[in-house]
Design a protein around this ligand. Structure first.
Ligand SMILES: C=C(O[C@@H]1C=C(C(=O)O)C=C[C@H]1O)C(=O)O
Length: 442
């Protein structure tokens, strides 16, 4: 079932049943071969399958309106003794980066079956139209198959053209046109056989347990950046900007983390991103906490400057509503937003589609998580052997095109490693290499 963007059809009546279940083991092993949805982090999360309702949304704001109507019409029963975010009625979605410059579309899907785990509790939700019969519980499917013979094709710009685009952006910044712009590039991977997204989800979630690994409508990746998570009135945004590649040598990486936390170029780039998130959150909050200094987030491939912005939100505010207000942040677009968006359209020569847009889920209470779709690829709908990978870099006055190229390459590494056997990525050490480390509350 679907509804065109902009129309307001009568929402269907949904019957939703959530029951507590014994620990189902690794969630990723339960993904079916088709119609699979995944949202995983450190063993917790949700896997979902089947499709009861689909909504082609114009953006998160329109999706919020549609969702409110659907929730009002649904009949939800749960035997859980506590309310677990994500249990009961839930929808997953992904949104394009720039609706004015894409051939792709945004959408939300209500799955038929959801298996979730959080903090040692597991649940099963089954969703159907009122007239539907009871469905049997899911059974494990065949094991995922790794890709063979993957080759890579160049993206929409050659390396030289992309570096020239970066130089032009630096020039524009020096000329006072704008302060920061994020430029992305793409790379196409082609396997000998159809790609199995479950394999990619498995590899990504295993290698990047501190990131949010997602699979929604052929968009697959593992992002370290949380646009907005809302739970029990508390909103959290993990803002990243400012990056340095890891070398694999502990001492060198420690020195790099130290250098990153003192780099004026990276701190400036970070400041724009934090300011954009704080300004967008402000109207929805009763209290807002913006850390004064970033910490260094350590991932297997890169180190990032990171700030966790937290806010107490006013009653009635939802995760989707906040995502609508926050996207696009300066972490993936630039400052000022409109000039950056215009420059991106002029310089990138790339349809970002859903790369760098919000991806995540909402539940009936309005709680949810909307991450920024980074470190990802979009499976080709017409040729399932192909996937387009994306990565971008924040460009400020002090950016060097050669260094930005290398940075984008290291941001492509998670997807490239997941596609190419055996594993290339190093394990996540699960701690910060930074002398300015802070705990990991998100
Ligand atoms: C744009 C990407 O990443 C963003 C840009 C960063 C940077 O320029 O330092 C860091 C994290 C993200 O906010 C990407 O991964 O594609």
């Amino acid at each position: 079932m679907s509804s065109p963007a902009g129309a307001t059809p009568v929402p269907p009546r949904l019957r939703v049943r959530t029951v507590a279940v014994p620990d189902p083991g690794p969630l990723v092993a339960l993904l079916p071969e088709t119609d699979a949805v995944a949202w995983l982090r450190g063993g917790d999360g949700m896997v979902a399958f089947g499709e009861v309702v689909r909504h082609k949304a114009a953006g998160p704001g329109d999706a919020e309106e549609w969702w409110t109507g659907l929730v009002a019409e649904s009949d939800v029963e749960s035997d859980l003794d506590v309310t677990l975010p994500g249990s009961g009625l839930v929808a997953f979605g992904s949104f394009v980066f720039d609706p004015d410059n894409t051939a792709a579309s945004s959408g939300m899907v209500v799955p038929r079956t959801v298996l979730g785990r959080r903090g040692g509790r597991a649940w099963l939700t089954q969703i159907g139209l009122e007239a539907d019969e009871e469905r049997p519980a899911p059974v494990a499917s065949t094991p995922p198959v790794g890709p063979e013979g993957v080759r890579f094709e160049g993206g929409s710009l050659t390396p030289e053209q992309w570096r020239t685009a970066v130089s032009r952006a630096v020039h524009g910044i020096a000329g006072g046109l704008l302060d920061k712009v994020v430029l992305a590039r793409d790379l196409v991977a082609v396997a000998q056989e159809d790609l199995d997204p479950r394999w990619l989800v498995g590899r990504l979630s295993e290698t990047y347990p501190r990131c949010w690994t997602y699979l929604v409508d052929g968009l697959v990746g593992s992002t370290p950046e949380m646009l907005i998570r809302l739970e029990a009135g508390l909103a959290t945004s993990r803002v990243l900007a400012g990056t340095i590649q890891r070398t694999g040598d502990g001492r060198t990486d420690l020195a790099r983390a130290d250098a990153l936390s003192r780099s004026s170029k990276d701190l400036e780039e970070h400041e724009y991103a934090v300011a954009s998130v704080a300004a967008a959150l402000e109207p929805f909050c009763t209290a807002l906490n913006v850390p004064e200094h970033p910490y260094v987030l350590e991932l297997p491939n890169v180190l990032h400057l990171a700030s966790d912005v937290t806010a107490a939100v006013a009653p009635g505010v939802t995760a989707l509503g906040l995502a609508a207000a926050l996207h696009p942040s300066a972490a993936v677009c630039g400052t000022p937003t409109d000039s950056a968006r215009e420059l991106i359209a002029g310089l990138e020569h790339l349809d970002r589609e859903r790369y760098a847009g919000p991806v995540g889920w909402t539940d009936a209470s309005g709680a949810g998580e909307w991450a920024i779709a980074l470190r990802c690829g979009i499976l080709d709908e017409t040729d399932p052997r192909r996937i387009r990978l994306f990565a971008g870099c924040g460009i400020v006055a002090g950016s060097d095109p050669e260094a930005e190229w290398a940075e984008a390459q290291s941001k492509l590494a998670p997807m490239i490693s997941a596609l190419v056997k055996p594993a290339l990525a190093k394990p996540d050490l699960g701690r910060s290499a930074s002398p300015t480390a802070s705990p990991d509350p998100v």
